[in-house]
Design a protein around this ligand. Structure first.
Ligand code: TXA
Ligand code: MG
Length: 340
């Protein structure tokens, strides 16, 4: 499936495909989504088939405006209106109790529904042309890296999608922040560009944290590894100080490696070898996020033995990136044995 430039005619055509229960991939500011009419269970089922995604993984419903919250949510708490007023359109998804009409196939069988108004001109034009909610997970196969360009969607899904709207490269580059407002206390389920502090400042309350904290010092057994967002090539996170030694060790064993480098460490900057492809990542978190998945995808396509990712700072600004890197990699120690 070749992506088509998202002009008015393509968007009108896309909205018609959605009305017929077909699948349309479209750009958002975070990553590309694989969309279907959220009110049609059969259409939504096709998303799960195309991605190879288990049926109990709920989807986010994309809506054209704040006013549509009431169409999907049973009740809309003040907190949701406050966050929407501050961050929508934008990379924030909110989990609310669902109306009974919302198909259970959308919510993975749960009584809550994820809602988001994306901040991308193509996504917004499509939502307005369609006029209702579009259920859309990231447009990748299950457990693979999310697509941030139209061509990635074509690589991931081929003809399993009926149309791919091309709206250029995604600005944010990592998936939306998810905050759960369905319970008594707001809870952060997935970190993203909109930070915990940003949300807490609006809600004037502390967020509970609903996702595992990254802990590099703990060895994770392979069975326990989070597999989301993972490249096919083995990827490991390593501290800046460890990197030169590890590179030497790997190349001494004739291993082909890719490196996502961050620091300006002279020893890393001077690495040159036919066995090594180094991508120098931007030093600012927002710029790093924007190119992260494209860079991982590039390294993953090179048939390398291993990808080494230099550990970014463990500060709030880098939280979403560290979360995704943690899921895409394993710690170095358990894999060290592979060399011998
Ligand atoms: O940035 C994004 O959110 C992108 C773009 C396309 O909007 N979408 C995205 O969708 O990342 P997906 O399906 O790859 O991730 C959605 C996440 C999943 O981890 C899912 O478990 C969670 O949202 N989610 C959706 N509905 C939920 C619900 N009712 N309760 C708890 N988690 C939910
Ligand atoms: Mg996804």
């Amino acid at each position: 499936m070749k992506p088509v430039f998202a002009d008015d005619a393509a968007i009108e055509y896309a909205a018609n495909l959605l009305r017929q229960g077909r699948l349309v991939a479209f750009p958002t500011e975070t990553v590309y989504g694989l969309g279907a009419d959220a009110s049609k269970p059969d259409a939504v089922r096709r998303i799960f088939q195309a991605k190879g995604r288990p049926a109990d993984h709920p989807l986010i419903v994309h809506i054209p405006s704040v006013d549509c919250l009431n169409d999907w949510a049973l009740t809309v708490p003040d907190a949701a209106y406050q966050l929407a007023a501050r961050f929508w359109p934008g990379p924030l998804a909110m989990i609310l109790n669902k109306k009974s009409e919302v198909p259970l196939v959308v919510t993975g069988g749960q009584n809550t529904v994820g809602l988001r108004m994306p901040d991308h001109p193509v996504a917004l034009r499509l939502l307005h042309a369609f006029g209702s909610g579009i259920a859309a997970p990231s447009a990748n196969r299950f457990c693979r890296i999310s697509p941030t360009q139209a061509v990635h969607v074509a690589e991931e899904l081929g003809d399993a999608v009926d149309l791919i709207l091309d709206g250029g490269a995604c600005q944010v580059g990592v998936e939306s922040t998810i905050v759960d407002l369905s319970g008594n206390r707001p809870k952060l389920l997935r970190p993203g560009q909109i930070t915990r502090r940003g949300i807490e400042a609006v809600l004037q309350t502390e967020l509970m944290i609903g996702f595992p904290q990254s802990n590099q010092s703990t060895m994770r057994a392979p069975g326990m590894m989070a597999v989301h967002y993972a490249p096919v090539t083995a990827a490991v996170l390593c501290a800046t100080g460890q990197l030169p030694e590890m590179v030497q060790e790997m190349t001494a064993h004739d291993k082909k490696i890719g490196i996502l480098a961050l620091s300006r460490d002279a020893r890393i900057a001077s690495i040159e070898s036919s066995l090594i492809r180094v991508i120098r990542m931007p030093g600012q978190a927002e710029d790093y996020a924007q190119t992260l998945y494209t860079s991982l995808r590039e390294l993953d396509s090179l048939q390398l033995d291993m990808i080494l990712v230099e550990q970014p700072p463990e500060t709030e600004a880098w939280r979403a990136i560290n979360d995704r890197l943690c899921k895409a990699t394993s710690v170095f120690q358990p894999l060290f044995g592979l060399l011998t």
